[in-house]
Every structure is written in structure tokens, then in C-alpha cells.
Design a protein around this ligand. Sequence first.
Ligand code: KG4
Ligand code: ZN
Length: 337
Amino acid sequence: MNIVAFETSCDETSVAVLRDGRLAANIISSQDFHTLYGGVVPELSSRAHIQRITPLLKAALEKAEISLNEIDIVAATAGPGLIGALMIGFTFAKGLALSLNKPFVPVNHVEGHIFSGFLMPDQPEFPFLCLVVSGGHTMFVLVESFVKMRLLGSTIDDAAGEAFDKVAKLLDLGYPGGPKIQQYSNRGNQEAIKFPIADVKGRYDVSYSGLKTAVLRFVQKAQSANSLTEELKCDIAAGFQATAVKTLTRKLEKAIKEFKPASLSLAGGVAANKKLRDSITSLGLQYHIPVRIPSFEYCGDNGAMIAFRAYSLVSSGEKFTLEYEAFPSFFSSYIAD
Ligand code: KG4
Ligand code: ZN
């Protein structure tokens, strides 16, 4: 069974081919030009998806060594994401499914991230506790099966990735901010500046607005004292990163104690962060729980995770029609509170 999947929810255009549950191609084209604007410009993102999607489909089919006629299922990210960007991949995929007379599977982007650990040789064991941390989402999810998940908590304001991006902007490090903060942190002292960790009373909810404001105040003070040197920026980045990671691992530890999951997983763009990966690996060692973290190429947005999510749904007996529409905000029929 060959599944061809499209991901166009934000600034990566990606097409993947999954053959009998194994990845045969995962072509990703990142729209690096958004760095010029300090963030993703939705209109430009949609235009780039339009230009890139057909060549990417060709490249993916070539890599997987299949022809259009050998496609059995077409899948695409339905949401959440930038609606104009989503519509490109979603409508393209629907058209392809219609012309080939094959089933179409709409995929929730966040669910795609949650199951990205299954693209690795050591797959997560159910029930697993997954921390989804991306530019748009921060969620603690208890994953009981491919079709049953519990949302334990999420952010009450900024997503983790958004906080990294905003702090990078304050420090004038460029976009996307996460990798820049990591680079600067490597050269800084995380003990030099202590930022506060917000203690959100909701059981597994987190907040980043207080931390962001604390960094803003510190940066403004340093700017007015003319002392915002590269060295100080490194210390600020390291202090922020340590606090941002602690914010997440504290709640994760609490959830491990309460739910005793069979494994731990991490997903989404911020899962590329080394400090976060190391902290979760330590938690796993401490509580004797296997940690299943996707490799870097499956942390950021990619078609492979969309293809695998479609595969897991179809294998679970789920059925879809061409009536499904793309959606910009979070919605999932498989994740309950
Ligand atoms: O999952 P993703 O590629 O797109 C969304 O669905 O949002 O996540 C992008 C986010 C951005 O906020 C980016 O700054 C962050 O992931 N990110 C990182 C790192 N690499 C990417 N954050 C922290 N450390 C990193 N190394
Ligand atoms: Zn994502």
C-alpha cells in the first residue's frame, strides 16, 4: 500500500511516500526567505507552496520509485495552520485523489507530530506520554492508542516555540528563533540570570508570557545601560532556554508520576532543542521509562509524519470522504479532555 502525503500548513512544503508503513520518500522544501521579514508571511507562504508542490510530488515519486498509478491513498494536512497555506496542499491532494479515484485521508497536523516517533526504529509503546512543542502548540497528551488520546494540559498563552521566537526577536537574533537561542545558549552561562518559572495552577497547563516579559524587562534595562553585548545575549538566551525547558519538564515529571506511561515521547519543532531532548532523556532514565524521540528531520514539519498518521488511521479502520474541509484552528476527534 502506497500512501502519498502532503504537508503545507506553514512554511515547509513537503511530500512523502509511505509504503506498507515504511518510509520510501520524505522531500522537504523550507521557505527560508521568511527570515527577511522576521516571521512567516502567509501570502508568500501560499505562493511558494503553489510553485513547489508539483516538482516535490515528482521528486517524491521518483525517490520512492513509483508512478502516479501506483498510489493507493492520498493524504494531506487539513489543519491547524495558515489557512491559505493549508488549502494549497489539501486541495491539490483532494484533486489528485479524485483524478486517481483513490481514497483521501485528511490529517490533523498535531496528531501527525504526536505519532512522528513511529517513524523511528524504536517506536513508542502505548500508553505513551507525548509532549508536543511547536511554533503553534504546547500540549501534554496521554496517547492510549492511535484513536484515543487525552489532552492533559496545554499553554494558556504563548506556545513554547513562539516564546523561543519572540525572545530571539528581542535579542535581535533573527527568525526562526529556536535554533538561534540554542546556538547562543551554548556560549552562555545558564546560571548567570535567573528567570521566573510560572506556576500555572491548571494541572498540566503552562504559561510563557511571564517569562517573556521578564526577558523583555531585562533586555530593556541592558539596552538603556548600553550593556547588551554579545556575551550578555548568550547568558540571557541560556537563562531563558533553561527556564523554558524546566517549565515543560516539571509538568512532565508530574504527569509521569500520576499516569505511569509505558514510554515518553517528544514532538514538534522545539523537540529539536538539545537541552529539552537531554532533559527528557534524563527523566526517562530517572523513572525507568523508555524515551522515544524522533530524529531531527521528523521534528520540524514534514510529510512523513502526515503519511504515517494517515496509515495509522486507515489501519485502525477509520473511513474518510472528500467532503472534509481544511481548518485553521485546533480540532481533533481523537483527542479528548
Ligand atoms: O513544528 P514546527 O516546525 O512548526 C509548527 O508546527 O509550528 O515548529 C517550529 C518551531 C519554531 O517556533 C522554531 O523556533 C522552533 O520550532 N524550533 C526550536 C528549535 N528548532 C526549531 N526551538 C528551540 N530549539 C530548537 N533547536
Ligand atoms: Zn508543526
